[in-house]
Design a protein around this ligand. Structure first.
Ligand code: B16
Ligand code: MG
Length: 224
């Protein structure tokens, strides 16, 4: 059995990507009088705030000064924080409460590996903070997803080797990060591009510990 479980937040624990995208859209409308296409929501999932803004500006074909870039990031976060005020435990994705409970009762240590600087606030609002022995700080890692850094930091936070951890992700960048960290990747979603995950479930409500444990065991045997 694995000893640690590393969780992405947005798209795994709660669907905050809807709020992220609402905030980006408002930012674009207010500053550039432009709407954003839905495909940008997918392309900014799991991607840091600065990298997301850069992708949006590239799409809009707009260049800004470094000062304006900082101001836009600040403004987006203010919009996002306002939207988060409506977040309650009802926003926890189906099956996640049960999963967190079962894992911690089985003695598996839990850590958060989110790219979001707002993760501690979100876990508090969802009343899930007590489950997590460590929250990796994205401000302290060198490179964001798809680099493995945030997952390595999360595993380090619970003092478990990445190879002894499963890690759950909904984004393509996140699955790449887990695989590079050499933990066992559990993908959530139906995109073809998530096929690189060691095991894939269409939705959080489908997550099944027995299936994950069996696949993890086979994967471990293949590693040695
Ligand atoms: P913040 P995750 C990511 O969360 C989001 O998917 C992504 O859309 C966001 O830009 C990023 O966090 C940074 O969030 O602006 O709150 O610091 O999927 O890694 O949990
Ligand atoms: Mg995510």
């Amino acid at each position: 059995m694995f000893k640690g479980a590393l969780f992405d937040l947005d798209g795994v624990i709660a669907d905050t990507s809807v709020y992220h995208f609402q905030a980006w859209t408002k930012l674009s409308q207010d500053n550039f009088q432009r709407d954003l296409p839905a495909k940008l929501e997918e392309q900014t999932k799991g991607v840091s705030r600065a990298d997301s803004l850069q992708r949006i500006l590239d799409y809009l074909q707009i260049q800004v000064t470094p000062d304006k870039f900082q101001q836009l990031m600040k403004q987006k976060n203010e919009y996002y924080l306002k939207l988060l005020q409506t977040l309650t435990p009802k926003n926890i994705l189906p099956g996640i409460n049960q999963l967190l409970q079962t894992l911690s009762q089985s003695g598996v240590k839990l850590a958060l590996a989110s790219a979001s600087l707002n993760a501690p606030i979100i876990l508090d609002r969802l009343q899930l903070s007590d489950y997590f022995a460590a929250i990796a700080n994205p401000a302290e890692v060198k490179q964001g997803k798809p680099a493995p850094d945030i997952f390595l930091a999360a595993a380090d936070g619970i003092k478990v080797k990445p190879q002894d951890c499963i890690a759950l992700e909904d984004s393509i960048a996140g699955i790449q990060a887990i695989n590079q960290a050499q933990a066992f990747s559990v993908g959530i979603g139906d995109s073809q591009e998530l096929a690189a995950a060691d095991i894939l479930f269409a939705q959080t409500k489908d997550l099944n510990i027995e299936q994950i444990s069996n696949a993890y065991q086979q994967w471990q045997e293949g590693q040695s």
